[in-house]
Write a protein that binds this ligand. Structure first.
Ligand SMILES: [Fe+2]
Ligand SMILES: [Fe+2]
Length: 183
């Protein structure tokens, strides 16, 4: 099944963080076949997952300091904001893609947001794991990039399904070896 994402929606992501979106989309799409998931759906969900950050003021997103409670609430609204933007621009969006946008900060056992889901749908979990890994591996204004070994440990300690975490680590490792020219 192919995904026909509207071009203007696809372009909106570049106003947020296209590099991060592309990394998450790529990891999710490569790991999707391990779970019988549609790679194009995984790519779309990865690409769109943080679109709701359009609704977060840049001075909050880029703040090199701890956020106030109010600022944290604004940031934590981004999955729901993203869901609304995607739905408005792409009414035929596959529901699993929309669920992944809304749910990419959910954690197994109810520790995530916005819904505190106990069980996370497979594509959502895949995007969530890819998101954690991709975010750790690049520098942020408030911290340097996390090493491969530390990123692996941190992702393994995240409340997401173990098989999903291992699949993301596998494809990430393959990708990094290829990119470093060692293979
Ligand atoms: Fe996010
Ligand atoms: Fe993200």
């Amino acid at each position: 099944m192919s995904v026909k994402m509207p071009l203007e929606l696809r372009h909106l992501v570049t106003l947020v963080d296209a590099d991060h979106a592309a990394q998450v989309a790529s990891l999710a799409a490569q790991a999707a076949p391990f779970f019988g998931l549609d790679a194009e759906f995984a790519w779309a969900a990865g690409w769109l997952h943080d679109l709701g950050k359009l609704a977060v003021p840049p001075e909050i997103l880029m703040a090199p300091r701890a956020l106030s409670l109010q600022e944290q609430l604004i940031v934590r609204a981004h999955p729901v904001e993203g869901e609304m933007i995607v739905l408005r621009c792409w009414p035929e969006v596959p529901s699993v893609v929309l669920d992944a946008v809304r749910g990419h900060h959910e954690r197994v056992g109810g520790g995530g947001y916005p819904d505190g889901l106990q069980v996370i749908p497979p594509l959502t979990a895949l995007v969530a794991a890819a998101d954690v890994y991709a975010a750790l591996r690049v520098a942020r204004v408030y911290r340097p990039a996390v090493s491969l070994k530390d990123a692996r440990e941190l992702l393994e300690g995240t409340a997401l399904p173990t098989d999903v975490i291992q699949a993301v680590l596998h494809v990430a490792q393959v990708q990094e070896v290829v990119e470093s020219g060692a293979a």
